[in-house]
Ligand binder design. Structure first.
Ligand code: NAD
Length: 471
């Protein structure tokens, strides 16, 4: 399909979804639960097909990591939403001030309408279907624009969702950046974008033209900071896991580590040891994921080479790409003290490369973090809870975890999102439901309401009301 045809189809689907929403408006909760149940059942039934598509798109994707981070994640999300939907969707009574009594105040939680979801390649199934589950829970209709870097997964998403829902309810619109741009220009009732910060800015601009509310799930450099009371060997275990899971292509992967100064080399060696133990022989290890494209692979190589040329110490697992027969494998890598103006320390790495730098205490580490863009996640390792909490109080990030990376994302009831350059808005659990929900405030007065006593001409009752209002 040409770009023009794809854009025309996309616009037709948008109009159909708009009309269907206007006709139905408030999708009953039992039907939303059925929508979620269908999604859950489909993901269970087609998990292997998705794993195969993602594996083909990546050139190798760990089956175990796909199972937990894609299908498993989506099933848990949909199930959680189904379980709590009655409470989430119920109107919320609010107290009425004495000057307004008698009368009833409440918030109706209503579906916003038609949602646009733009998803990236790194968890191509999860990041399309978890926002979809939130939109369906809220009673919205949704159009998904999956990433062009994972075309097989996009095709499968289109096929399976077309089998589950009418096109005026849920539709997948595959395509590249041109289509994505046209997609974001539609007057959606909510636009939900996951991807890089530079493209996030364009999405926000496109949404602003329509005053479309937007959720931006972006990236950034998420630091892992180790306090001097925490064992470097212990920290290395979980940081290696977080960094090399999906070969570092995770938005909340620890981007770089700050360790007490003098410990950089010891920590780097510990991380390599742990990486080699978790993913031995990466050339031939089905659990070690490849880089999504040659272009992304070349970018990582260039970043490491730049740091090496500048004199940084590079530790890398042994690996022969020719022997592996897979040129997109990038072995676990640690770079000790790269220059702060190198690409490794300027850009989000999004690959299996961990820069390690020294800090001179937690205040110094907080200063380092605060001088940079607000990260999506922040990890602090400290045996002492007060040290960890003081560090959290001194910094800001979308989310955070103490003594382990990434796991805050799996607690359904924790809102997940960025702040500043790492994004705006949140989802997961009730936060996801609310993202796609309009909270409509209602005040219901009886036929005769005492407020009439203070209508003009203003007299004694008005003076009495003024006093009552001021308390
Ligand atoms: P990507 O290249 O797949 O792009 C994401 C989506 O944006 C795709 O669907 C793409 O077609 C679309 N797009 C491209 N150009 C566009 C334009 N001009 N207007 C509108 N849409 C456009 O993925 P990526 O951006 O490389 O993703 C990686 C980034 O995403 C990293 O920065 C990562 O941290 C971030 N990320 C964030 C989260 C999160 O939850 N916060 C999750 C995963 C990834």
């Amino acid at each position: 399909m040409s770009d023009t045809d794809a854009i025309a189809r996309m616009q037709a689907v948008f109009s159909a979804q708009k009309a269907a929403f206007e006709a139905e408006r408030h999708r009953p909760v039992p039907e939303r639960k059925a929508d979620l149940k269908k999604l859950e059942a489909m993901v269970k039934a087609r998990a292997d097909d998705f794993a195969a598509a993602i594996d083909a798109d990546f050139g190798r994707r760990s089956k175990a990591e796909t199972a937990v981070a894609e299908a498993g994640f989506v099933i848990a999300t949909a199930k959680h939403a189904r379980k709590h939907l009655d409470r989430w969707a119920a109107s919320k009574r609010k107290p009425v001030p004495p000057t307004m009594a008698p009368g009833k105040a409440y918030v109706r939680r209503e579906p916003k309408g038609v949602a646009g979801i733009v998803s990236p390649w790194n968890y191509a199934m999860q990041l399309a279907l978890a926002p979809l589950a939130a939109a369906l829970a809220a009673g919205c209709r949704a159009m998904i624009k999956p990433s062009e870097f994972t075309p097989r997964t996009a095709e499968l998403l289109q096929e399976v969702l077309a089998g589950l829902y009418a096109e005026d309810h849920v539709a997948v619109i595959p395509g590249g950046p041109d289509l994505a741009q046209a997609f974001c220009a539609q007057p959606f009732d909510h636009l939900f974008y996951t991807g890089s910060t530079p493209v996030g800015r364009l999405v926000a601009q496109a949404a602003a033209a329509n005053l479309t509310p937007v959720t931006l799930e972006l990236g950034g450099k998420s630091p892992a900071v180790i306090a001097s009371d925490f064992s470097l060997d212990e920290a290395a275990k979980t940081i290696a896991w977080g960094k090399y899971f999906n070969a570092g292509q995770t938005c909340v992967a620890p981007d770089y580590a700050l360790v007490p100064r003098g410990g950089q080399r010891k920590f780097a060696e510990a991380v390599m040891r742990e990486a080699n133990a978790m993913w031995p022989d990466v050339a031939d290890n089905g659990d070690y994921t490849a880089i999504v494209s040659e272009k992304h692979h070349a970018r990582l190589s260039a970043m490491v080479e730049e740091a090496r040329q500048a004199g940084a110490d590079v530790l890398q697992a042994d690996f022969d790409p020719e022997k592996a027969g897979n040129t997109r494998i990038f072995p676990p890598t640690v770079v000790v003290d790269p220059p702060l103006d190198s690409a490794l320390m300027r850009e989000e790495i999004f690959g299996p490369v961990l820069p390690v730098l020294g800090h001179d205490g937690m205040e110094d580490a907080a200063r380092f973090v605060n001088e940079r863009d607000r990260p999506l996640a922040l990890y602090v390792y400290a045996k002492s809870k007060p040290i960890a909490r003081r560090f959290l109080a001194r910094t800001m990030s979308g989310g955070a975890a103490v003594n382990v990376p990434m796991l805050h994302l799996s607690v359904e009831d924790l809102p997940f999102g960025g702040v500043g350059a790492s994004g705006q808005g949140a989802y997961h659990g009730e936060a996801g439901f609310l993202t796609f929900t309009h909270e409509r405030s209602v005040f219901e007065a009886p036929v005769w309401h005492p407020s009439r006593l203070v209508f003009p001409p203003y007299g004694r009752m008005f003076e009495f009301f003024k006093k009552l209002q001021a308390g």
